[in-house]
Ligand binder design. Sequence first.
Ligand code: MLT
Length: 371
Amino acid sequence: MKKVCCLNNISSKGTDLLGEEYVLTDELAEADAVLVRSASMHEAELPESLLAIARAGAGVNNIPLEKCAERGIVVFNAPGANANAVKELVLAGMLLASRDIIGGVEWGRANRENPDVSKAAEKEKKKFAGCEIAGKTLGIIGLGAIGYKLAKTAEALGMQVLGYDPYLDLQDVKMTKNLDDIFAVSDYITLHVPLLPDTREMIDAAAIAKMKDGVVILNYARDLLVQEADLAEALKSGKVKRYLCDFANPNTLAMENCIVTPHLGASTEESEENCAVMAVEEIRNYVENGNIINSVTFPRVDKGVPAKAVRLGIFYKDTDALEGLKALLGDDILGGMRGAYGYAVADLDESADYDAVKAVSGVYRVRVVRG
Ligand code: MLT
């Protein structure tokens, strides 16, 4: 029986798929696998039993990736599973930034006792007038699943779209390799990149200075992509018209012209279900078959369901290790590297000399998946 620890609420649509060979536990210390959403795992004691962590979402900055990779604990995410939910909230954000819907609704609430409210509304409505998004330019930074969906929907709504992504070339979205182009032409700029050392505070005073006056910035990705003190200044001066963000903290909540939501991007029934199902399928495939699909730390290795008596999952660091393993175990082995870390699945007719496998140069963890 394998033990799965959910560190956050995970949709039962996913956990119901775990089946009879698994049991849920509240104790991380005894877990074989972890399902997590936003709980930080950086300080957590990871038990020897732990095989895998699956994030029911895209970003993985709440998980100690290097520490896990070093120990051969596979970290998965759920790419694309919540993309539509986030896209829809970004669209709502663009509309909230463009029309003073919030101001208008608040006005109605404040005037609900006024018997002449209908007349007053016609008089006051000019205070809440705005602009349309059609015809405006949307700069999208990061064209992964969310950014791409947003590009297509924004085009369909009549916007001009310019995308920036250093890792992707798309044929059906107008792209630039120069971030300054995004800053120069965009009326709306939206961020869809992970939080990494080179994206941290990418929107700072220097970047904002290159933007159009009255630009709207949307951040439904990660709070620390933006230098919040610089942005607060730019909102105060009017250089930035509005900041839409999904991260409630004392800084964002104190900013003028900032519309804050409490990390709601992926909070739809559909997205929570999609993420939970994807995360559970990843864990089951790894636990039962040793296959790795959608890991952020190890290469994709999919060898299907084991057909032979023995299956090994082998972690290594040396690019030549795969050749060494083939020489020892034969050719029925599939593996590769992702950055510094390698993983291979080997199928055998009978048990191997595990000490010899562990002795192959670069190998640091061997898991008997079957046998
Ligand atoms: C993500 O990284 O996809 C989101 O943070 C998911 C979530 O809200 O849990």
